[in-house]
Design a protein around this ligand. Structure first.
Ligand code: GLY
Length: 350
């Protein structure tokens, strides 16, 4: 098992290993003071791991309750958020009690925002069951729900008290869900880690799970420790996402997040080469690794349509959008790009 310590406004451990879900109860007990634990999960994950997680908590002496909502991004909304808050109140969770988020990014984001809001904040534990949640969303304290105007528009920074990543849960993920996580891993390698980049190129989707996930979490830890509130360096984690969200929205969310981010990353890499911001070799390497994971790197959507979507994304700030540009593998820069240059930037990368 690997343990990584995050030292943001709150310190906590990220534990990564096989068959550790049954230690959940003891670990929550070690946080101290709690009597009740509310598990929050969704309809795909709960039948797989719900009873093991709940049993572990009960064995450790906790009174438990659970709230399970329909699987999918469409549940990450204000109505489900209020339903969860009402459930917490009816279940009489107190300030010292704990929420456990058992699931992927949707569960972690929603449950985390409930934890940040209920009684002005109670503790929560992330138990990620997807690769994306394991390498990215369960660490760093970004919590949110979607609003009708866009994704993640209401939320809070709220660090978990513990992240417990049982690699056994990641073994049989559906392909799109697996690829969502792979796109984040490739992003991390391009941003920070030439050695992991080479390892991924060599091993492809058969990469060593614990080593690679732990390395991604360690990079995320460094970024979150340095810029918890996303005012500077943390924005680098948006590599491929700004244009990728445009692709995802244009496809009306029929293209998965991971595939959209892969296309976004490839567009940025090709545009950066054309504009002399990175070498041809670096641009090629980014695209080759994405292809190694059978991720797409081209789209038929026009620069005009993608630009419209990019400009409606929350990452716009005033008259510029911060695009993340790979300069070489392991080295990226934040490039504030005037909004009237976004369309031609995308066009250069199509
Ligand atoms: N997922 C990007 C971040 O945590 O900042």
């Amino acid at each position: 098992m690997t343990t990584i310590e995050v030292n943001a406004s709150q310190s906590y451990q990220v534990q990564i290993g096989y068959e550790i879900l049954d230690t959940l109860g003891q670990q929550v007990a070690a946080l101290g003071k709690a009597c009740k634990v509310c598990l929050i999960s969704e309809t795909t994950v709960w039948p797989l791991y719900g009873s093991d997680a709940e049993q572990s908590l009960q064995n450790a002496g906790f009174e438990t309750c659970h709230f399970v909502f329909p699987a999918g991004e469409q549940s990450k909304n204000g109505q489900v958020f209020l339903e969860v808050l009402n459930f917490l109140a009816e279940s009489k969770l107190s300030r010292t009690d704990v929420i456990v988020a058992l699931g992927g990014g949707v569960v972690g984001d929603l449950a985390g925002f409930c934890a940040a809001s209920y009684l002005r904040g109670i503790r929560f534990v992330q138990v990620p069951t997807t690769l994306l949640a394991a390498v990215d969303s369960s660490v760093g304290g970004k919590t949110a729900i979607d609003l009708p105007s866009g994704k993640n528009l209401a939320g809070a920074f709220c660090q978990p008290s513990l992240v417990l990543c049982d690699l056994t849960c990641l073994e049989s993920l559906p392909e799109d869900i697996f690829l969502d996580g792979c796109a984040e891993i490739i992003k991390t390698a391009i941003l920070f880690d030439p050695e992991m980049f080479e390892e991924l190129m060599q091993d492809g989707p058969a990469f060593h799970r614990e080593r690679v996930i732990a390395r991604c979490v360690a990079h995320k830890r460094d970024i979150v420790n340095a810029d918890e509130f996303d005012r500077g360096e943390r924005q680098k984690l948006n590599l491929g996402h700004t244009i990728g969200h445009g692709v995802e929205a244009m496809s009306k969310f029929t293209l998965s997040h991971g595939k959209s981010v892969a296309i976004g990353t490839a567009i940025v890499a090709r545009a950066a080469v054309k504009m002399g911001l990175c070498s041809w070799e670096t641009g090629e390497k980014c695209q080759r690794l994405l292809t190694r994971f059978q991720l797409p790197i081209y789209t038929d959507f026009s620069a005009h349509d993608l630009c419209k979507m990019v400009l409606s994304d929350k990452k716009r700030s005033g008259g510029t959008v911060n695009l993340i540009i790979p300069q070489e593998i392991g080295e990226c820069m934040i490039r504030p790009t005037p909004i009237n240059e976004i369309e031609s930037f995308i066009q250069a990368g199509l």
